[in-house]
Design a protein around this ligand. Structure first.
Ligand code: GAP
Length: 461
């Protein structure tokens, strides 16, 4: 089970170029993070692993990539203008603002004593901007707070252009923006993040079964990519916890905070799988309506299409129900980093190793020359690196900036599954050593056999 705390991960991420504070050159911008050379590879691998499994390995999915800027009406009829709020309180003493459910009134205030908090009031989390040169209310648009709404409003476009039949799903990966009151815990709660979302359209009446299938499918995706089952939980939301659009939601919770003494508080959401019924397609339909939790009804006076599907079996237009597995890319990336982090003792020294699934490792192969000033060794090593990266498509590096032991440790720390060492024997018999990150075992392999040998061991053969 993972016991690494966030501080170690943050330090590793900064030191090795996974993740940096956003705008750090100017003192930072709270709630934003920049992914460095290794971070972008890791995050891309998380997204590719999701897309491959959710789109390519199924027969019932299409992809989509919608605009981030959305017409205000999308987020009016979705309910976000009315309800996408968090309760906010201000401390009259220190003038700081907090999310009401995240501040303890008995907590120490920077100005001395405890906080003097105002009553909670709703704060809308959407980032507003204006479109075009005229800065007035009629030109307001929002940066999308979730990728989901872009999928709902494109339901008919996708249906008509692909001739899909229900059940089928639409997948999208992309940025989302939320003006979180208190962004915190590294990339766990941020103001700009990415989501991997599926809206899966099903016939009403089959929704409970599909919901259960998706919960299993999504849980298995994490564990098959290496997350230890003991660190991942399914949490069925209680009726009073459900969002206004959901009939049922199961959250997948990861052990992001192992340092907390209360075990339940160690876990927090990495993904939610909701049964959204026909809520969204109804509220975005011509002639449809948005029904809010407080009973208000907002008739849709602007949509141009009815978002229905014609069921030839029953000769009826139906509004499909929607199952929505919605994952955060950044939270998933953090979970994979935390879960793979290990400290071993090797020859009396601590070895940090990220035991990442090879599909996720930022670098697949490191090619290391035993002697950096030997022309033959260096030339061969560089050629191998080029071949593996260009021809086999594996992100590879060449490194000669330290002794071999140190180079191995550096690669272990960033999760590189294989190191190839080019030595004097290579020049005689065209073989190299291939070292395994997890076992540290080394085998001798002919250079021309490397693509097949590594493909098998990386699981890409
Ligand atoms: N369309 C449904 C939806 O957006 P959500 O629970 O608000 O549901 C889905 O978000 C996922 O997006 C979460 O499980 C989490 O992984 C990620 N997420 C949400 N807010 C986030 C934030 N401020 N920072 C990082 N990730 C966030």
């Amino acid at each position: 089970m993972s016991t690494v705390d966030l501080e170690k991960i943050i330090s590793l991420c900064k030191r090795r170029g996974f993740i940096f504070q956003g705008s750090s050159q100017y003192g930072g911008l709270q709630g934003t993070w920049d992914y460095g050379p290794l971070g972008v590879e890791l995050k891309n691998n998380v997204k590719h692993a999701w897309w491959r499994r959710m789109v390519y390995e199924r027969d019932d999915m299409e992809g989509l990539d919608c605009a981030i800027l959305m017409n205000r009406l999308v987020l009016k009829y979705s309910g976000h203008e009315y309800t996408f709020t968090d309760p906010m309180v201000d401390c009259r003493k220190c003038k700081r603002r907090y999310r009401a459910d995240q501040v303890d009134p008995g907590e120490k205030c920077a100005e001395g004593g405890t906080h003097d908090l105002t009553e909670p009031r709703p704060f809308n989390l959407m980032f507003k901007t204006t479109v075009g040169p005229v800065d007035d209310d009629s030109n307001i648009a929002y940066l999308r707070p979730e990728t989901a709404q872009g999928i709902f409003i494109n339901f008919k476009n996708v249906l008509d252009s692909t001739n899909r039949k229900v059940p089928f799903g639409i997948a999208q990966i992309g940025k989302a923006y939320r003006n979180e009151i208190t962004p915190k815990n590294f990339i766990f709660r941020v103001r700009e993040f990415e989501q991997m979302e599926i809206e899966f359209f099903v016939k009403p009446g089959t929704d409970d079964e599909w919901h259960a299938c998706w919960v299993e499918d999504r849980y298995n995706w994490y564990t098959q990519l290496g997350i230890q089952p003991g660190n991942l939980r399914k949490y069925v939301q209680k009726p009073d916890e459900l969002a206004h659009y959901a009939k049922a939601t199961t959250d997948l919770l990861y052990r992001f905070f192992p340092e907390r003494s209360d075990e339940n508080k160690q876990f927090d959401e990495v993904e939610g799988i909701a049964n959204r019924t026909d809520f969204d397609l109804t509220c975005h339909s011509k002639g449809g309506k948005l029904v809010l939790k407080d009973g208000r009804v907002i008739p849709n006076e602007h949509a141009v299409n009815r978002l229905t599907w014609f069921d030839h079996q029953t000769n009826q237009h139906i509004i499909p129900y929607v199952i929505e597995p919605s994952a955060g890319v950044d939270r998933a990336t953090l979970a994979f980093l935390m879960d793979s982090y290990h400290e071993d003792i090797v020859e009396g020294e601590t070895r940090v190793v990220l035991r990442l699934h090879p599909d996720l490792s930022p670098i697949k192969v490191a090619v290391l020359p035993l002697k950096k000033n030997h022309e033959g060794i260096v030339k061969t090593a560089k050629e191998i690196k080029q071949t593996l990266q260009k021809k086999c498509g594996w992100r590879s590096v060449y490194d000669d900036t330290a002794g071999i032991g140190k180079l191995y440790r550096r690669q272990d720390e960033i999760g590189t599954p294989f190191c190839i060492t080019v030595d004097f024997q290579t020049l005689e018999d065209s073989t190299v050593t291939v070292r395994d990150r997890d076992t540290m075992a080394q085998v001798r392999v002919a250079i021309d056999q490397l693509p097949t040998h590594l493909a098998e061991r990386l699981g890409t053969a």
